[in-house]
Ligand binder design. Structure first.
Ligand code: ANZ
Ligand code: ZN
Length: 810
């Protein structure tokens, strides 16, 4: 079947999207693959899932776009090239070819003419154009700052790429800090909108993804408070609890921040230096851990309390982070746990300023962090927390000592990478003109094609820097000799807009055609792994909002609905080389065929749950497919026969299946749809065996419906059935079968069960249940058995099928 239908679809253009088609549109998009090798079980699952809504909406009469492409820049290609003394393009495009062939065989209903690769010049020319658009708007900038540096990958990492205990996401090497001149996108300008627009996604994105995004953006509201410092500038702190201002007994600055070194007095300098030295071996995670013993150094200097004028000692400690808020906090030990532990360790005073009804924190060791009434706070005594916060901000503003402030955990997106295989940053550095954007008619800034092997090895700066022919360029503004920026863009830049490029991937005129993009997007259904819950989705949402602000798109969120598929595991564990429990997709396809593997993926569990390959049976799927196929083979009624004249029992099952499948598909319960199809096939087979055989038009109807619904999961079998049933065109472009309401009428009723005339229980039974069967079922109910036992046994049973059973006892 594979050999027959694959070329058919290609010649027929079954899945090619016609832009002249005026039917309503649906856009189903799978997160595009990275060309790491051939397809694996994870791809097989994700793409089987993504193909279901695409094929479903197509049958429902929509003009469906379901494209595919490759996220083809990135480190693995470069590492392979270094190892094999080759150019990264070789490895990349070989793998893409292999994967593309496998995807075709896997029968994803894709319009192949839309295929794109982010490493094509045709694509990255526009990635560079987008970078320059952001640059024009002041949303791309360069700054020198300490950044996350992976000593093994020899490149910087975005905060998002530092995981777990502070290790590199890719190679798990502990990440260090290094001061470098780096490019950033100002995603922080969009923090509020990234948060607030999530309202549009509520209910159609997984709640946990929304929670992770919210957390990552981390909006806190509070106040910014300025403390005067003798012989120094004011120090500003961010606090969520300005109502606790009278409880401030010390101030802490991040020990590793510049501020600490500037504030420290000569007498304390040596102690601070020693402390900072020790800190270098402590990871960020450890520093933030709540149960770590507090450490710190007094800086020898004092701040002035803005309301009481008291002298507040300034300390440096590691529990305050340099890059959050202002890198300094006001210490309120009575009401903040970390401050309390710090105060108890260094014998600093603990002043209660909110009465929460708790024991004195200095005694209990537990900060009174909850709700309460302000005390010992002359300007807002007696006010409850929220009112006290409002009042304290008014006081601060009146005194010019502070104001309301919103703070975010989100940092700007560090996008430059010191690696070769990415889109070069289209900026020229001129000794006279400074940063000069590469003019549009000089795009793309192409990657050299003649660098290979060792020339690409990481050296702490981009390998491009060593290619002086490439680096040296005339300044587009003054013509003097200038140099190209040698960094390349994070591959997350590439993947932040590919779903828009699919609308016209071959265009040399524009990144995308606005009008058409507005017709197709936002994506109706996005499908991909939860590992992208933060990075890729946040960046794509950011890009979309920027494009919206530029008037280039008319929507503010790129993905209307998101489905995170589970993982394919084996024996309850993730597949891994070390466990030796990997399953090879190619072998599975050879053994069972594409359809059986796809069906197994869908039948195993709801799409968002894991599929344990040790618990499933592709052989059973194969058997089911054969059963379905034989159904079509056994149909012998003529194609025009009126189904209404067929067996009513089977018709009821068929129409109930259509109605339920529709609801289940829209609810993404694909596994249940498969289960219902199995029931339908069984019912049809029963009818063939017991009734008029394949000549009954109800059997034809059941077989046709089976082929149509099955086409979402097992396209080869479905196509073959459809042809056997006498159709010329592809089942994929047929229609979604319609159901007759009249056939859906409930065929069960509720029977009541009485004991001595009193209603004791109910049960759902078929309308045509026999008296004896009803009696048996009623007497078997646990509740009824209890009453019978209590009342001294059954004397008589009165049955009025199907609605009543009365048990006389005693
Ligand atoms: C005084 C205070 C009193 C605070 C109190 C809390 C409770 P989120 O919700 O995370 O924004 N803080 C501010 N900057 C910090 C930094 N760079 N490193 C570590 N901690 C920092 O929390 C904000 C609170 O975390 C701020 O409010 C500050 O402590 C602390 F009863 O200020 B608070
Ligand atoms: Zn110049």
């Amino acid at each position: 079947m594979e050999a027959k239908w694959l070329p058919f679809w290609e010649q027929d253009g079954t899945f090619v999207v016609d832009e002249a088609d005026t039917r309503p549109k649906k856009y189903v998009c799978d997160m595009f693959p990275y060309p790491s090798g051939d397809l694996h079980m994870g791809h097989a699952e994700a793409f089987a899932i993504g193909d279901v809504p695409a094929r479903y909406w197509r049958l429902r009469g929509y003009n469906v776009l379901h494209p595919i492409g490759w996220d083809s820049f990135g480190l693995p290609a470069e590492n392979a090239a270094i190892k094999n003394n080759a150019h990264p393009a070789e490895w990349t495009y070989n793998n893409i070819d292999t994967q593309a062939a496998s995807f075709k065989r896997y029968a994803i209903s894709t319009d192949w003419s839309r295929r794109l690769h982010t490493s094509d010049e045709l694509y990255y020319r526009w990635t560079q154009w987008l970078f320059l658009k952001l640059y024009e708007r002041g949303l791309a900038y360069r700054k020198n700052s300490p950044v996350n540096w992976c000593p093994s990958c020899q490149t910087v990492l975005a905060n998002e790429q530092v995981i777990g205990d502070g290790v590199c996401e890719r190679c798990k090497t502990p990440v260090t800090k290094k001061a470098l001149n780096q490019w950033y996108f100002k995603i922080t300008d969009y923090a509020d909108r990234l948060l607030d627009d999530m309202e549009q996604l509520e209910g159609s994105w997984p709640e946990r993804v929304l929670a992770m995004q919210r957390n990552w953006i981390g909006r806190s509201t509070g106040a910014s408070v300025r403390f005067r410092v003798e012989d120094y500038e004011d120090i500003e702190v961010f606090t969520t609890r300005p109502d606790t201002l009278y409880g401030v007994t010390f101030m802490v600055v991040a020990a590793d921040a510049e501020l600490a070194a500037e504030l420290v007095t000569d007498a304390q300098r040596a102690e601070l230096e020693e402390y900072r030295e020790k800190l270098k071996s402590v990871s960020e995670i450890e520093r933030q851990s709540a149960d770590r013993e507090k450490t710190g150094v007094f800086l020898g200097r004092y701040a002035v309390h803005p309301l009481t004028g008291e002298q507040i000692p300034i300390w440096a400690a590691d529990y305050v982070l340099a890059d959050y808020g202002t890198g300094a906090v006001m210490g309120v030990p009575a009401h903040d746990q970390r401050d309390l532990e710090f105060a108890l360790k260094f014998e600093l005073p603990v002043n209660v300023v909110v009465d929460t009804g708790n024991e004195n924190p200095a005694v209990s060791g537990e900060a009174a962090a909850g709700e309460g009434v302000a005390v010992n706070s002359p300007k807002w005594d007696g006010l409850a927390k929220d009112e006290a916060i409002t009042r304290s901000i008014e006081v601060l503003e009146a005194d010019g000592a502070g104001e309301a402030k919103v703070n975010y955990r989100l940092r700007d997106w560090l996008l430059s990478r010191q690696r070769f295989w990415g889109a070069p940053i289209p900026i020229i550095h001129c000794p006279d003109c400074g940063e000069v954007p590469v003019p549009d008619d000089q795009l793309p800034v192409q990657l050299p094609t003649d660098m290979r092997g060792e020339e690409l090895a990481p050296k702490g700066q981009s390998p491009l820097a060593s290619n002086s022919d490439w680096v040296t360029v005339d300044c587009p503004e003054c013509g003097k000799t200038a140099t190209r920026d040698t960094d390349t863009m994070d591959t997350f830049v590439d993947s932040s807009w590919y779903y828009i490029r699919y609308i016209d991937p071959q265009s040399t005129e524009a990144a995308f055609p606005t009008e058409l993009v507005n017709e197709w997007l936002p994506v109706d259904q996005y499908v991909g792994g939860v590992e992208h819950a933060i990075l890729h989705l946040l960046y794509s949402r950011f890009f979309t909002k920027v494009l919206y602000d530029m008037g280039l798109v008319n929507f503010t969120e790129p993905f209307k609905a998101l489905l995170n598929q589970g993982q394919v595991i084996n024996g309850g564990k993730a597949m891994s080389k070390s466990l030796g429990n990997g399953v090879n997709l190619g072998e599975q396809l050879e053994a069972f065929g594409v359809d059986a593997v796809r069906l197994t993926m869908l039948f195993a569990s709801p799409p968002e749950d894991d599929v344990d390959w040790a618990d499933v049976s592709p052989a059973a799927s194969q058997k089911f497919l054969a059963r379905a196929w034989r159904l079509a083979q056994d149909v012998s009624s003529d194609p025009g026969a009126d189904a209404a004249t067929g067996a009513q029992g089977l018709r009821a099952v068929t129409h109930r299946t259509i109605a339920d499948a529709q609801a289940l598909l829209e609810d993404q319960k694909y596994n249940v749809v498969v289960a219902r199809l199995m029931e339908l096939v069984n019912a049809a087979r029963k009818e063939i065996d017991s009734g008029a055989g394949g000549a009954d038009p109800a059997v034809r109807e059941a077989a046709e419906v089976t082929a149509q619904i099955l086409s979402l999961a097992a396209p080869y079998t479905a196509e073959d059935m459809w042809e056997m049933l006498g159709h010329q065109a592809s089942v994929s472009n047929s229609t979604w079968p319609s159901y007759e309401e009249a056939l859906l009428v409930e065929d069960t009723v509720t029977a009541v069960v009485q004991v001595k005339g009193k209603l004791r229980d109910k049960l759902e039974v078929p309308v045509d249940i026999s008296e004896s069967e009803l009696e048996e079922k009623a007497l078997a109910l646990p509740k009824i058995q209890r009453y019978i036992a209590e009342d001294g046994g059954v004397r008589k049973v009165i049955v009025r099928a199907p609605k009543l059973v009365n048990v006389v006892t005693g």
